[in-house]
Design a binder for this molecule. Structure first.
Ligand SMILES: [Ca+2]
Ligand SMILES: [Ca+2]
Length: 492
């Protein structure tokens, strides 16, 4: 046999093999599925994060090992409704005027920009995905038409005892108007809403789907009331509980408008909890609720791993904002400070680095474009976030875009890798250096040596600051409600 001819045929055969392989591979690799898991009011008290030494979250920890954990991710608004509206529309609160709680079906009418907005799951549906959702995804469940299969949401925040355990109307001299309470309740996990949500998601993962899917489940713990069955409290014995850092006169160096914006109604203060010897019990109950929800997130992850979708599904777990558990004299979200803006965010699946930790600042607003990018869908030109796929491939690359959180109109926090700069509508400011001051106790705004480093963040503030939309519910305190009324009365 003539050698060159042999090489020619061998070469052609190899080419054919390569091209046949590539066709087959394409046929076998449809776009990835998405498993989208929301957790309500979860701060960074995870075993895999540095939030709290008593945290026990083995399931979120193992997901973090499978994927990329973001340790400097932030919400766009520090309360449920506007945070979720921003994530699902891909637009900042300052672009839409959604600063307060908002009914799911009012989002489209909040601003003319939103009349034809394509919510994140809908974008997947329009790209040929099967979309399924249950639980707290938007503020309550989801606007009409967002999910092809609507699992809905059970009412409220789960079963309640006949009489609240700890709620005290004397906290602020007001009648009960909050869900805030803590204690062992109910007796069985099966009576918790999140148990039902997990079972529903597991059933969907056990089904055969004829198209790629976008499966969303929204868990409601650790949102108040901090109720969970006994076994979750047993994981966190009271005498083992460590208290978060706290500085009594912390508010002495912040501007007056910050004091007004951060006024918390109908929630206990840390001083109250100390006087009543309840602080450890609140920490214990919050940790118990987190361990409970971690277990049921873990059951959904187990179902994914046991399914034919294990290798071809992008998993994302996120919380809608953080929560103060006594730091800054409060038990609440509702702030532009670290404990309320910072959230756990974990991605895992095809194309995503494993055992990776990324400390670059990222935003929940980035989820929409990132998920489109990971699934090979065309970008949505309306999105204001940025795909963080480059960080999922290499968590150490340069990333200068800061994370911005907005509370009320024209009050913004800008979080970079090291600093937090806060700018209020009247021009007042706060500035913190996390390298020296991780608890944001020392407002450096008067410190001339720091002025160079914060001035650059002013340029990052949103240019648009839409008035409050009339679609918002009342503001959460006197300052926010006055701001809302002023905007609405002026007719926007
Ligand atoms: Ca929430
Ligand atoms: Ca301070």
């Amino acid at each position: 046999m003539h050698l060159p001819t042999t090489y020619f045929w061998l070469g052609l055969f190899s080419l054919c093999l390569m091209s046949c392989h590539s066709v087959t591979k394409d046929k076998q690799a449809p776009p990835p599925n998405v498993l989208f898991l929301a957790i309500d009011d979860l701060n960074t008290w995870l075993g895999c994060m540095d939030g709290h030494p008593n945290a026990k979250t083995p399931n979120l920890d193992r997901l973090a090992i499978r994927g990329t954990l973001f340790t400097n991710a932030h919400c766009q608004a520090p309360i449920c409704g506007p945070s979720r509206a921003s994530l699902m529309t891909g637009l900042r609160p300052s672009t839409t005027g959604i600063y307060g709680q908002i009914s799911d079906n009012k989002i489209r009418e909040a601003d003319s920009l939103l009349t034809h907005v394509t919510f994140l799951p809908q974008y997947f549906q329009q790209a040929g995905y099967k979309t399924m959702g249950k639980g707290k995804l938007f503020h309550r469940f989801a606007p009409e038409g967002v999910f092809e299969e609507r699992g809905g949401r059970e009412g409220g925040f789960g079963p309640k005892p006949e009489k609240r355990f700890k709620y005290d109307p004397a906290w602020f001299g007001k009648p009960p108007g909050t869900q805030t309470d803590w204690g062992v309740y109910p007796a069985r996990d099966e009576d918790m809403i999140d148990y039902q949500t997990a079972q529903w998601a597991i059933e969907r993962l056990q089904q055969e789907h004829d198209r790629p899917f976008f499966l969303a489940a929204g868990f409601i713990r650790p949102h108040v009331p901090f109720y969970a069955p006994q076994k979750w409290f047993d994981l966190h014995p009271l005498d083992s509980i460590q208290l978060p850092p706290y500085l009594l006169d912390d508010q002495g160096d912040i501007p007056e408008i910050s004091v007004q914006l951060h006024e918390i109604l109908q929630m206990p203060t840390t001083e109250w909890a100390k006087e009543q010897d309840e602080w450890k019990a609140i920490v214990q109950a919050y940790l118990a609720c987190i361990s409970f929800v971690d277990h049921y997130v873990g059951q959904v992850l187990d179902a994914l791993e046991a399914s034919p979708y294990a290798e071809n599904t992008v998993v994302v777990v996120w919380s809608d904002h953080g929560y103060h558990i006594g730091e800054k004299n409060r038990f609440a979200k509702h702030s532009l400070w670290e404990e309320a803006t910072r959230v756990p965010l974990i991605f895992a699946g095809p194309g995503i680095g494993a055992k990776a930790v990324c400390d670059r600042p990222v935003e929940l607003l980035d989820l929409y474009p990132t998920l489109l990018d990971l699934c090979g869908l065309a970008p949505n030109a309306q999105n204001e976030g940025k795909s963080i796929r480059p960080l999922l491939e290499n968590p150490l690359i340069d990333w200068t875009k800061p994370a911005i959180t907005t509370y009320g109109r024209n009050n913004h926090s800008v979080r970079s890798q090291q600093h937090r700069y806060i700018h209020f509508e009247d021009g007042s400011e706060e500035f913190y250096d996390h390298a020296q001051d991780p608890h944001e106790w020392n407002n450096l705004i008067q410190d001339s040596e720091s002025s160079d480093s914060y001035s650059k963040w002013i340029e990052q503030l949103p240019r648009i600051n839409k008035p409050w939309s009339p679609a918002n519910s009342k503001g959460a305190n006197a300052y926010l409600e006055a701001q809302r009324q002023r905007d609405v009365e002026l007719g926007n």
